[in-house]
Ligand binder design. Structure first.
Ligand code: ZN
Length: 225
């Protein structure tokens, strides 16, 4: 069992991007053991409070949106999902709304989801893992990529800056701050571009050889399962 996540802890789920009153929910869970190849994270969990619900930004239709109700809340939104053996947050920032979903967008595939908060806030590691990449890329701007073990990876792009100490090889915990939401690289607005990727990074194409996955298609984490 992971040192940091071994203890039961409570996440207070707050709704994000809410212009109307929404329920608040408190949920307690014990994450399952993490993947064996990633050792215990050393940093404390930050102030990450995952959205309990997710709505489109501005309450309007957004590109590649998953099924939404009449008020543009994502139907059956799962704040904590299971990707392979990894329990992770679907939206790794506080009080965010969805500005674009996953999939083909005009002629290009959108390999992640776009999340916004106003004001721009901290970006957190969606699950425990080890930093693989923390660098500037022309398209992604300030970008962090994390290896969660078991062939599961996440990417965080367009950051305003990367948090001090976040560099390749560093272990991060669930909800540890890794950067700040921004618009670096090829971005037209301040937002987080978040990708979940599966496969084997140690292939000739590196992260380009991984499979981008739709965060909305994974099962919810069930406490006690
Ligand atoms: Zn994006």
């Amino acid at each position: 069992m992971r040192q940091l996540l071994g203890a039961v802890f409570t996440l207070v789920f707050l709704a994000g991007c809410a212009s109307s009153p929404v329920p608040t929910e408190v949920r307690t869970y014990t994450p399952p053991p993490g993947p064996p190849q990633v050792s215990a994270p050393s940093a404390a969990q930050g102030s990450f409070q995952p959205n309990a619900y997710l709505r489109s930004c501005g309450g309007i239709y957004v590109t590649n949106a998953p099924p939404m109700d009449d008020d543009f809340w994502v139907v059956d939104y799962k704040p904590i999902i299971v990707v392979g053996q990894v329990v992770m947050a679907t939206a790794p920032a506080n009080d965010v709304c969805l500005s674009s979903g996953f999939g083909i967008r005009s002629t290009r595939r959108h390999d992640g989801i776009d999340l916004q908060s106003i004001p721009a806030g901290p970006i957190y590691s969606a699950a425990p893992g080890r930093v693989l990449e923390a660098r500037v890329s022309t398209g992604y701007g300030n970008m962090v990529m994390i290896d969660h073990g078991g062939g599961v990876y996440t990417r965080y792009a367009h950051l305003a800056h990367i948090t001090d100490g976040i560099r390749p090889g560093v272990e991060v915990g669930f909800g540890q701050q890794i950067g700040m939401m921004g618009r670096s690289g090829n971005a037209t607005a301040i937002h987080l571009h978040f990708e979940i990727l599966t496969g084997n990074y140690n292939n000739p194409r590196g992260s380009k050889g991984l499979n981008p996955r739709n965060p909305f298609e994974f099962p919810a984490y069930e406490p006690g399962s």
